[in-house]
Design a protein around this ligand. Sequence first.
Ligand SMILES: [Zn+2]
Ligand SMILES: [Zn+2]
Length: 556
Amino acid sequence: MNRIISMPISIYALGGLGEVGKNMYCIENEETLIIIDAGVRFPGVELPGIDYIVPDFTHLKNNRNKIKALFITHGHEDHIGGIPFLLQTVNIPVIYAPRLAAALIKNRLEEYRIGDRAKIVEYDDNSVFNVDSMRVSFFRVTHSIPDSFGVVVDTKEGRIMSTGDFKVDLTPIGPDIDLTKIAQLGNEGVDLLLSDSTNAEQEGYTPSEKNVLDSIKEVFENAQGRLIISTFSSNISRIQQICEVAVQMGRKIAIVGRSMEKAVEISRGFGYIHVPDNSIIQVQDIRQYRTSEILILCTGSQGEPMAALSRIANGEHKDVHIQPGDTVVFSSSAIPGNGIMIERVVNQLARAGAEVVTNSILSDIHSSGHPSKQELRLMLKLVKPKYFMPMHGEYRMLRIHSELAATVGVPLENSFILDNGDTLTLSKHKVTRSYPVEHGNTYIDGKDINGLVNAVIEDRKNLTDDGMVAITISIDSKNNKIVVPPEFYSKGLINQGSVHFIDECKHLVEKAVREKLMTKTNFAELKTVIKSVASAAIFDKTNCSPMIIPVIMSKN
Ligand SMILES: [Zn+2]
Ligand SMILES: [Zn+2]
């Protein structure tokens, strides 16, 4: 029997390069494919009705028999949010994740009612897993969520190391970054390093999360009336500090938004957040307390239209209405591209009479969970990789990161600034470029509870070949009436010249929705009706199948 002596390793990203979001990095040889992270990206205003973007999984589908495991570095959405969609596409035999991430993933899969679809195994600092001829181990890092790790993959061809998301926080909330292990791995020899580029443009060091504590206290001291703080539900370290200051300052905590409630509940269960039960109140009960005794903790710091803060800002929230004297704090930095959405929410809040704080250290990129230049240099100095692949960032961040690497010992010709799909080959400790794999975006529409179970996964090809049509319609869901008839917004749809044809489509959609509203129905069904009627009508007239995005606005 002839064993294959050399099996070159391919390394590529299906998401995470040229963008901040939907991280997914793969390591593959002839018999094995392992995946590191499976994230989502949240679309900006340019894609109305789209809830998530995940990588195109075609390459994984075509190699499904080789997929042996998914390794998760930490519990942030841009690393775990794509798992439900991935599991609906291919079988993942086992998901390895650190403790908090594992709990968040389990919770998410149960929400999608696919909890039985995956085996989840927790790992820690000392875990080692042999996956065919690959050996996978981990090193602890500091980040903005507890239990964050980097991953080491040892293969017969050489060693690959990925930092995951990290910062070098020397006074962290929680355990230290394992600099000793990182240095030791470096001394043993690392062929290829993948490292976090999000903050590569920032000089100096990212301040410790502990530094943020003083700013949080200041915010509390300056707030006369109710205090409303919005942040990512995934920024557990930040939430932890805010809650603990609230307890010290005698404010009761009302948590608004399902993801925030879940995050706090799971983290309290693990002892990552220490808050006595009597400090947490139901949001319906806030009126029973003086305004100076209230902290409302909510999601929506990016201006996401469906999140709690947006609903509070536009007066749609059932229990929380902005009143003069309220202070609203945005406690996380804007993800590039979300500026317009955030501004809209800020203006609405200010108009309603709130004091809005967006420029404190809390919302400053400098206090983020990602490494600035000095930390990146430190990582590169400790690891001393032969080859380097900056990851987790937009193109300019990747480029700056590789230029920085060149100043600390990784020559530019050994640095690879890649796009999603671009592939490196590791063979006998040498890294070269090779042919790209199939890649792209998959747009997911379906956030409402019914949509969740069988979220419609649209083919990216629709969008590139035939364009997209967003159809908005406003209904009064209590009285089952159409308030504003359908409007069409199209992008890239050819043959849209004829006004008559659009009018005809609008008419057909309106008629179908009106008929549907006479029966007992829900948003998911209405969306399906709009989609099927509109796509049939458009195909009939233009021979195109654009992606149809129904957006239903409800008065109630
Ligand atoms: Zn992260
Ligand atoms: Zn990330």
